[in-house]
Ligand binder design. Structure first.
Ligand code: GTP
Ligand code: MN
Ligand code: MN
Ligand code: MN
Ligand code: MN
Ligand code: MN
Length: 199
């Protein structure tokens, strides 16, 4: 086991269904050059979604009994939530980053995957997302996470982090931005601290 409470895929699979429900979500990201207002580097496009409950989260969902594996379940959820663009992408075991368990309101093992795409692949996902079965239902829209901090010190990532997130999606996002080095650590720390001051 790595960090406290964070499980590997294998460790997490010891929490057996039906006592435990497993869910899989994924962070898609792509290198993205270009600067906002010709000034603030965008660095990467990181995809999240506005959920039906008004919270931000990652695409994915519960693995159902019919799904033969975690990744098959994730693939089905991605097609439901992101539409035909998701069929072009394969998220595999190797993309599994971490899993964590929670008991309230029910027993859930939340698996988290990360996958790097080309900007073209990510744009295709975005373009086709309105064709998804769950568009306008479970998913109110895809969005990109602002990774920069504007001159006022709060605009951009700090303000984004003050949104409501589902489950531990906020921690998953921050941890990924750090481990994948999508945001320099010092800036990430600044954004997290600033977000805490402005709830
Ligand atoms: P239904 O088909 O309506 O059941 O939705 P779903 O299968 O798409 O499930 P959903 O993605 O809403 O959530 C599955 C479980 O994971 C729930 O316990 C959520 O609270 C939790 N969850 C949803 N999104 C995220 C996320 O981005 N990160 C984490 N850690 N948990 C999430
Ligand atoms: Mn404008
Ligand atoms: Mn779903
Ligand atoms: Mn979902
Ligand atoms: Mn589902
Ligand atoms: Mn559903």
């Amino acid at each position: 086991m790595g960090e406290a409470g964070i499980l590997s895929r294998e460790e997490a699979l010891r929490f057996e269904s039906p006592q435990w429900k497993h869910a899989c979500h994924v962070l898609f990201y792509a290198p993205c050059h270009g600067r906002l207002f010709g000034k603030f580097p965008l660095r990467y496009a990181v995809l999240m979604q506005m959920r039906f409950d008004g919270r931000l989260g990652f695409p994915g969902g519960f693995v159902d009994p019919e799904d033969v594996s975690l990744e098959e379940g994730l693939s089905r959820e991605l097609q439901e939530e992101l539409g035909p663009g998701a069929a072009l992408l394969q998220v595999t075991k190797q993309d599994h980053l971490s899993a964590y368990t929670s008991e309230k309101p029910r027993r859930v093992v939340a698996h988290f995957y990360i996958k790097q795409l080309t900007l073209e692949e990510l744009q295709t996902l975005e373009e086709k997302a309105t064709q998804a079965k769950d568009h306008g239902l479970e998913v109110m829209g895809l969005l990109r996470v602002p990774l920069y901090i504007l001159q006022d010190g709060v605009g951009g990532l700090p303000t984004f982090l003050t949104n409501s997130f589902i489950g531990n999606a906020r921690e998953q996002l921050i941890h990924s931005l750090d481990t994948l080095q999508l945001v320099p650590r010092e800036q990430l720390q600044k954004a997290v601290n600033m977000a805490q001051k402005r709830p």
